[in-house]
Design a protein around this ligand. Structure first.
Ligand code: SAH
Length: 354
């Protein structure tokens, strides 16, 4: 077993130089994935948590250069689900066994605190045994607090890149890494289980940027870490950039598992999009969450963050069975538990990082 991986396993961290070597070569991949899988089994056994993803609005006021539903994309098809439609998705999901609902959308001006709190409260009342996860982008402290009081438990907000200069190359001037990070700190302080993360292979990304991402995560100690390959969308300024690779994404998943043994790490839709077995490979590299789509079939194609997004039907009753079989074939078991991560065990505390 290469020393570097042993060191990462023992210390939950590595100096920049060694991390750089791990990230930049495929020489360690086999050992890295095997160790990540071991650690994942130590902490979670073979359990894979499922989250029902409800993409409830494709309107967005932001203009992120990589994203297909950015404001300036006139070709994007816009839709917004009503509270009733969202509740219907939850009901269907509940019947299938989902116990976490993830409400994700663009930053839609119509999603006032009153509207969103009303939706959260309705889900909370109807499904008291379920976790409610929000992914609504940047909001004020007060807004996050009200949504938490209304019954939301978790919040996903990828930091996208921890490096300010890199952040500015991916976003228009009104958005900043500093503000994004502040939102994550706010969410944490309020009491949410917080999810951060980044795209792998986004335009202009360097290995140093990825290392900075890992350092930021060590500081933040999120409960969830979502990463996926960047995938170009034809109607965005980044249409002609190359996408992130499967290998590098899997490598980052494995490194994350070794650095954050307790974390909930999804095998993302983007990973499933760039390779037919992407999600299973993600699980085998240390991921332990999948997020099937529960949005109504007629809007699914419209929430197009990137091209060729998969619609495998694995969210339907039959599809879920297929997903279970695929996971089982890869060595894992889909479970319906809420799967909360509240804190960090003493044993995770190492070198002051965790
Ligand atoms: N408005 C919410 C949800 C954004 S969509 C928010 O701001 O958090 C969820 C994630 O999809 C983003 O955080 C981004 O990392 C990812 N994403 C967007 N465009 C993408 C692309 N072209 N390729 C891969 N991932 C993309």
């Amino acid at each position: 077993m290469p020393d570097r991986i042993e060191q990462l396993l023992q210390n939950r961290t590595l100096p920049d130089k060694e991390l750089k070597q791990l990230i930049e070569t495929d020489a360690y991949d086999c050992a890295l994935f095997a160790r990540a899988d071991e650690v994942r089994r130590q902490y979670y056994g073979t359990d894979v948590y499922i989250r029902g993803l409800i993409e409830f609005t494709s309107f967005c006021r932001n203009d992120c250069y990589y994203c297909g539903i950015r404001r300036s994309n006139r070709k994007a098809r816009r839709y917004r689900l009503t509270k009733e439609e969202i509740l219907r998705c939850c009901r269907e999901g509940y019947a299938l066994g989902f116990r976490t609902f993830v409400l994700q959308g663009g930053e839609d001006g119509c999603d006032t605190d009153d509207r969103m709190c009303g939706i959260v409260r309705a889900i909370r009342e109807t499904f008291p045994d379920c976790a409610i996860t929000l992914s609504l982008g940047e909001r004020s402290y007060e807004s996050y607090r009200r949504l938490f009081e209304a019954g939301a438990d978790r919040y996903l907000l990828r930091h996208e890149t921890a490096n300010e200069a890199h952040y500015r190359r991916l976003h228009p001037a009104e958005l900043s890494a500093g503000r994004r990070k502040q939102c994550l700190w706010d969410l944490k302080e309020i009491g949410y289980q917080v999810g951060a993360g980044f795209m792998v292979g986004s335009p202009f990304q360097t290995t140093e940027n990825l290392i900075e991402d890992l350092r930021f995560l060590q500081e933040l100690k999120p409960a969830m870490i979502g990463i996926g390959p960047f995938i170009p969308h034809k109607d965005t300024p980044f249409a002609d950039f190359a996408g992130g690779s499967l290998k590098q994404t899997l490598r980052m998943v494995a490194i994350l598992r070794l650095m954050f043994p307790y974390a909930l790490i999804p095998a993302t839709t983007a990973l499933g999009t760039i390779h037919p077995r992407g999600r299973e490979l993600g699980l085998q590299a240390g991921a332990n969450v999948v997020m099937p789509n529960l949005s109504p079939a007629n809007v699914r194609g419209k929430y197009e963050l990137y091209n060729n997004k998969i619609y495998t039907g694995e969210e339907s009753a039959q599809g879920l069975e297929r997903l279970k079989k695929k996971a089982a074939a890869a060595g894992y078991r889909i479970v319906t538990a809420r799967g909360d991560v509240f804190g960090y065990k003493k044993t995770d505390v190492c070198n002051g990082h965790l």
